[in-house]
Design a protein around this ligand. Structure first.
Ligand code: ADP
Ligand code: ZN
Ligand code: ZN
Length: 860
């Protein structure tokens, strides 16, 4: 990478060289100005910070090592080191500043592929954030690395008689340990030690270095094999004679030979130490002796954490006629369109169609990405995919440890080089979009309508479905959107011919969709017929289902026991001190919790205003339903699936598995249980309070209610006869219910489309919602006014607001929102350029220095 210049070229390039560089040339070359020299190389990098790109200089020794996609260590800020990613190498010296040198190059080959940079840039531009924020979200933290300062003693021999006791302690500690991180010192000696570290530093007794640790530790496992020396029948017989009286050793060796297929030497295997110990009931001592005698050999090896089984293509189910037809239509449609929407009713076998498609793309040597909106859903689909595609399948989402994610990253990367353990198929949540695919052929976005595809916080606030379409476009791949209840946007795109469209309107096995019944809660309350929060209709249906040994799902879109508590005497409702919301009562922990900031406090016994003891719970969440149902149906086994019961890594799997195995009769849950899950034996679904859904203050409330109810209903009657759905509501004549009763998606779609048109909402207009946040309400109000008027100058009456956010204070920040609706025809990039210029203007006003402006592009 060295480029040599002759004098003439140097003169023409001369302008680009700073005086510093020139002076160093003179220094290096003495007086001979026309001495030949190497040209300074630079790299543009992205740091894992909410910033754009930065330019660093490359020391000559690294000139041949830097290239796009490799990570380098750079200093940024005073003492901080970061691993930064090279976007570009070049020879253009920055004009405005003196570029620092990179410290080191971390990678031998790129960890990020070229398309990813284009993709990230698109995300940063479209969703209005920095490339640094995308980089942060994209790479597992094991690849980003943390910087940890390490402290060393400069001279271990020297003694310093005048040290203070704490200084002495620090030196002793370092003498024993040789090195320690600042964190370790603080832990051992106390917070105070920081001050003394500074003193020791200034006296040059110690030094500090930024040590960069890779967080990634490949998993190692011990393997046992037979030593070369004894690897013959005869030698082994001698060994057995030798250890004849040591029964335990004999047993271990026998077991080893059995497990390692000694009888067929071509298949001779190493055995995991752990497996051998399990099979021999923990014969550690005997194994140690065999190792000591060098009959067996132990070796540490890196292992893959994930599947190692071969798949079996025969596990692919053959499609029925309707599915086969849809399958061909999807393929034909791909000839015309990069994106196809598959609208198939619940349990029509969309997943089976995906699997057939996946196989075709994989047979062509291409990679496939299968996106799901919710981690809980991956459990069931994982098994279905791995049965067919085995170890070519990788799973990627936030519940995996960082090590596992790094491993998956590397195995996706390895596909480009045909490495044996590379992943060709990835099943994942939205973050899987950021994996380093090099030969992507197909992306499946299952349950494409799901709101959880949109990342809300932190930036990048991207919509995984839309980003998937863009990524596929960059890779020349196809995108299949699948759902029983399309988003209005996707259906509109299909209707207008932008997307291909395929329909599958019958359930597999031709089962009827469940029969839906509306249960009027107002009437039942009035006539005092409610049992807890169950109407007679729901109560009796649960009873019937249980007596037929069938399972029940109850859906309530609120977690906790009660959304709030209230003083009966004066009406006081406990509020979160940091947010403008009431606190939710959780009975399990006997606490009041804020669902927005995590604040938690013990349940009060007295009203804080009038000191009355008469506090009552209001409304109901999943926890309360669980309690009631356990009392009403004491024989039934009851389970609950919501955020509170699924925090642990394996919690989803366990609950889903228990329900599959019918260890649970009644499963109560939030929207987590509505999506895509496939249980054979559920005959009844109860929706406890549909009004929660309709009355949500959002232009999408009708669409969302329809989708949620249709989805949760879709869990009933999937294998053994028609299911039943009971919807409890206090507004039985709500218009959305009539669409639901008739399963009339098109009717709902048309009614919504005309409303959206009239009120200028998506899909006709693009929406950006700005949230402004500040701790000081007056400043916030002023800044919001200023920003709105700047926007209005540029966009006129497309700007609405400012108005208080739905939650006007959150985490001690006051919040206001401003909406911007732009016509689809306006080029998004220009709109954003204009907005960014206004944001800079506002941010440059000194009193707005701590103002936050968050842009949510295409919000949910
Ligand atoms: P969807 O994704 O449309 O909700 P699934 O693919 O989960 O539907 O199918 C519902 C159930 O029917 C699953 O248990 C699935 O295994 C089964 N099924 C669907 N199609 C077939 C088929 N062609 N052969 C055998 N079983 C099928
Ligand atoms: Zn009171
Ligand atoms: Zn709060």
């Amino acid at each position: 990478m060295k480029a040599w210049l002759n004098s003439k070229e140097f003169l023409t390039f001369g302008k680009n060289y700073s005086s510093l560089y020139l002076s160093s040339c003179f220094r290096n070359a003495g007086n001979s100005f026309f001495y030949l020299m190497s040209q300074q190389q630079f790299v543009d990098v992205i740091l894992p910070l909410p910033l754009g790109q930065f330019t660093y200089a490359v020391p000559e020794e690294f000139n041949d090592q830097v290239s796009q996609g490799k990570r380098v260590i750079v200093q940024f800020g005073k003492r901080k080191l970061y691993s930064a990613l090279i976007v570009k190498t070049h020879f253009n010296k920055p004009a405005q500043f003196e570029a620092k040198f990179i410290e080191n190059v971390l990678d031998e080959s790129p960890v990020v592929v070229p398309i990813q940079f284009t993709f990230w840039q698109w995300i940063a531009n479209y969703y209005m954030c920095t490339e640094g924020e995308v980089y942060k979200a994209a790479l597992p933290s094991g690849l980003k690395m943390e910087s940890q300062s390490t402290v060393f003693l400069n001279n271990a021999e020297a003694s310093y008689p005048d040290l203070s006791p704490t200084e002495d302690l620090i030196c002793q500690f370092l003498l024993n340990r040789q090195i320690a991180t600042i964190e370790e010192l603080i832990k051992a000696i106390g917070k105070d030690s920081l001050k003394y570290i500074h003193k020791l530093l200034s006296r040059n007794i110690i030094r500090i270095e930024e040590k960069i640790d890779s967080n990634y530790q490949p998993r190692k496992e011990a393997f046992i094999s037979l030593s070369e020396e004894y690897n013959t029948e005869q030698k082994l017989q001698e060994v057995f004679l030798l250890i004849k009286r040591a029964r335990k050793q004999e047993q271990v060796l026998m077991e080893f030979l059995h497990l390692s297929h000694f009888s067929s030497p071509s298949a001779l295997k190493e055995i995991s130490r752990q497996e051998l110990l399990i099979k021999t009931h923990g014969a550690q001592a005997a194994l140690s002796v065999l190792l000591k005698k060098k009959i067996l050999v132990q070796e540490e090896k890196e292992v893959n954490r994930l599947t190692s089984e071969e798949g079996n293509p025969d596990e692919l189910k053959s499609l029925n006629d309707a599915q086969q037809k849809a399958f061909y239509e999807v393929k034909a449609s791909f000839d015309q369109h990069p994106v196809v929407l598959l609208h198939g009713v619940t349990s029509s076998g969309k997943t089976e169609i995906y699997m057939h498609l996946i196989k075709e793309y994989m047979d062509r040597g291409l990679q496939v990405l299968y996106l799901l909106p919710e981690i809980g859903l991956t459990t069931q689909i994982t098994t279905r995919l791995q049965n067919v595609f085995g170890k070519l399948t990788g799973i990627y989402h936030s519940r995996f440890s960082d090590n596992e994610r790094v491993e998956t990253w590397n195995r996706v990367l390895a596909f480009a080089d045909h490495k044996p353990n590379a992943y060709q198929l990835i099943l994942g949540a939205r973050s899987a979009l950021f994996l380093p695919f090099s030969k992507l052929g197909l992306i499946i976005v299952d349950e494409e309508h799901e709101t959880s595809y949109k990342q809300f916080d932190p930036a990048p606030r991207y919509h995984a479905r839309d980003a998937a379409i863009l990524l596929a476009h960059l890779c020349g791949a196809k995108t299949l959107l699948g759902t029983a209840t399309p988003s209005i946007e996707s259906y509109y795109n299909a209707q207008s011919g932008k997307y291909g469209f395929v329909e599958l309107s019958s359930r597999y096995l031709n089962l009827e969709l469940p029969a839906t019944v509306i249960a009027d809660t107002r009437d039942a309350y009035k006539r005092k017929l409610m049992q807890g929060h169950l109407t007679p209709a729901l109560y009796e249906s649960i009873e019937a289902a249980l007596s037929n040994n069938q399972q029940v799902i109850l859906f309530q879109n609120r977690r906790g026991f009660a959304p709030f508590i209230q003083c009966k005497a004066c009406g006081w409702i406990p509020q979160c001190p940091h947010c403008d919301v009431s606190l939710t009562y959780h009975k399990n922990t006997n606490s009041l919790n804020c669902h927005y900031c995590g604040y938690s406090t013990a349940l009060p016994h007295l009203c804080h205003t009038c000191h009355s003891e008469d506090l009552e719970t209001k409304g109901f969440g999943t926890e309360k339903i669980e309690e009631e149902v356990k009392i009403l149906f004491p024989e039934a086994k009851v389970g609950r699936m919501d955020l509170d019961t699924t925090r642990k890594k394996k919690a989803f799997e366990n609950i889903i598995f228990d329900f599959e195995q019918h260890k649970i009769d009644i499963l109560i849950g939030t929207q987590m249980i509505t999506k895509g899950l496939d249980f054979e034996n559920v005959s009844l679904v109860g929706i406890l309070n549909a009004d929660n859904l309709f009355n949500f203050p959002d232009f999408r409330a009708t669409e969302r209610s329809f989708q949620l109810i249709a989805q949760v209903s879709g869990r009933a009657g999937r294998k053994h006869g028609q299911g039943k759905v009971i919807i409890q509501t206090a507004t039985p004549d709500h218009p959305v219910l009539s669409f639901i009763l008739k399963n009339d998606y098109i009717g709902m779609y048309k009614s919504q489309l005309s409303e959206r048109h009239q009120f200028q909402f998506p899909p006709f207009f693009r929406l950006i919602v700005f949230t402004l946040r500040h701790r000081d309400q007056t400043r916030l109000n002023r800044a919001a006014g200023q920003f709105a008027s700047l926007l209005k100058k540029a966009f006129g009456n497309r700007v609405l607001g400012p108005q208080d956010a739905v939650i006007s204070r959150m985490q001690s920040y006051y919040q206001k929102t401003i909406w911007l609706k732009t016509e689809r025809q306006l080029p998004p990039s220009q709109v954003k350029k204009l907005i960014n210029s206004k944001i800079s203007l506002i941010k440059n006003i000194p009193e707005n220095s701590t103002l936050q402006i968050i842009a949510d592009v295409d919000p949910n």
